[in-house]
Design a protein around this ligand. Structure first.
Ligand code: PLP
Length: 444
């Protein structure tokens, strides 16, 4: 075995080396171009190599890159917190900066637990989430995740937090007709709350649109209104995990804007710094922070690099760029174009069961039989084959789990908001070719 030193997700797998990126393309050291139709891990929302961000980074680095958050604050961190509060649904949020989406959701969990402790209710510590969900890879975040494959090896170390039914109309988890179900998946939250007892529950966490655990699953209208009403009535904080949907991705700055929801706590990551530096944030409403401010005055969380001025300056530059280039609108408009093209393409591919999403967060789910929606057996490894085939054609797509318990196949298409319609056409053409070839393999 050749001696190697870098641990990669798949050990001994050959990963090309990337030399540089520009716009929606990445180029490896052999000169091959990859159309980045997934913005990496739904992260590089404004595309690669944007000069304005590089300039902002250089300017901040020439002043100061790091200060320790327990000793100092900085102009970029203060400004970013103010900016996010102004942008977030309903405003009036405090920001706590971290470095990854997992840290942001885990901090959200800790703030929710601390909120109830400071209010003299320490037994409220469980966090409910949905069976189809992914909130991060650290043990606290995994405890809140329903993503079976990412959880299973660590189950003995995870908190046994209860899971509720997801709003997955394509394959209703309650086996009901979505046009006449009476929001039964939302009502499942109340059923679980009553079983556990609201005196033991700190919060409910949900992704506005289910990402890696479902492939851009959009809930039906009225779902979040019902969820909010249930949470309020049972004194349970609502955490929106906007790590994937946040910062323009779905055609609104925050995913929850589609349903007029003002979450108590919001987790952000990925698109916040669009991949230029690690940066994530947990936003908490005034009323969530108040008991802590009135009590210990100490938020029990934080990492060495939290709120570092360099990453804060980058996130500010990303927000400026999104505003200057009107990229929220671009994500909405290009999203319509992309989904129309994917829907048209799906007519020629029997194995595509569903095309869905919002803005530039689109999902495709694959089935062995369109009528019965029967998934392919796991042994066919359809998603893996498709991602690999697309990769070989110079197209980057993001694998997702399909089905309530990850038993199906789905992918996410989430290119940078700067993608042109010609580039979307190229994306769909390469994807269609990859699907044709993989269909022959799995059906043949
Ligand atoms: N939450 C959601 C919705 C995500 O999609 C992800 C990552 O895919 C995370 C949290 C974890 O973020 P990170 O990988 O930056 O830790």
């Amino acid at each position: 075995m050749k001696r190697e030193h870098l641990i990669k997700p798949l050990l001994n797998h050959h990963y090309p080396k990337i030399s540089f990126g520009k716009g929606v393309f990445l180029y490896d050291d052999q000169g091959k171009a990859y159309l980045d139709a997934s913005s990496g891990a739904v992260t590089a929302g404004i595309g690669h190599g944007v000069q304005e961000i590089i300039d902002a980074m250089q300017e901040q680095a020439s002043k100061v890159s790091f200060v320790y958050r327990s000793q100092f604050t900085s102009e970029p961190a203060e400004e970013l917190a103010k900016r996010l509060s102004d942008l977030a649904p309903g405003n009036d949020y405090w920001s706590f900066f971290v470095n990854s989406g997992s840290e942001a959701t885990e901090t959200a969990m800790k703030i929710a637990i601390q909120h109830w402790q400071e209010k003299g209710r320490p037994s409220k510590y469980k966090v409910l989430s949905r069976r189809m969900s992914y909130h991060g890879i650290t043990l606290g975040a995994l405890s809140m995740s329903g993503h079976f494959t990412r959880r299973r090896r660590f189950v003995p170390l995870l908190e046994d937090f209860p899971l509720v039914a997801p709003p997955y109309c394509y394959r209703c988890p309650m086996k009901l007709d979505p046009t006449a179900c009476g929001q039964s998946c939302a009502n499942d939250l109340e059923t679980v709350i009553k079983r556990i007892g609201s005196e033991h529950i700190a919060a409910f966490i949900a992704e506005p649109i289910i990402g890696a655990a479902g492939g851009a699953v959009v809930p039906p209208d009225g779902y979040y209104e019902r969820i909010m009403e249930i949470c309020k009535r049972h004194e349970i904080l609502f955490i929106a995990d906007e790590v994937m949907t946040g910062i323009a991705r779905t055609g609104t700055m925050f995913g929850m804007e589609h349903w007029g929801v003002q979450p108590d706590i919001i987790a952000l990551g990925k698109g916040l710094s669009a991949g230029y530096t690690p940066m994530a944030a947990t936003l908490a409403k005034d009323h969530v922070l108040e008991p802590i401010l009135n009590g210990s005055k100490l938020v029990m969380s934080g990492h060495t690099y939290s709120a570092n001025p360099l990453s804060a300056a980058v996130a500010l530059a990303v927000l400026d760029y999104i505003e200057d280039q009107q990229l929220v609108k671009a994500a909405e408009d290009k999203g319509h174009y992309l989904r129309a093209a994917l829907t048209k393409m799906s007519e020629g591919h029997e194995i595509i069961g569903d095309v869905r999403g919002k803005g530039l967060l689109a999902g495709l789910e694959f089935v062995a039989d369109r009528q019965t929606k029967e998934p392919f057996p796991a042994s066919k490894s359809l998603t893996t084959k498709l991602v690999e085939r697309a990769f070989s054609k110079g197209l980057l797509i993001y694998p997702a789990a399909g089905g309530v318990d990850g038993e199906g196949d789905a992918i996410i298409i989430a290119p940078p908001f700067t993608i042109s319609t010609e580039e979307i056409d190229l994306l769909v053409e390469r994807l269609s070719e990859a699907i044709t070839e993989v269909s022959q393999e799995v059906l043949g």
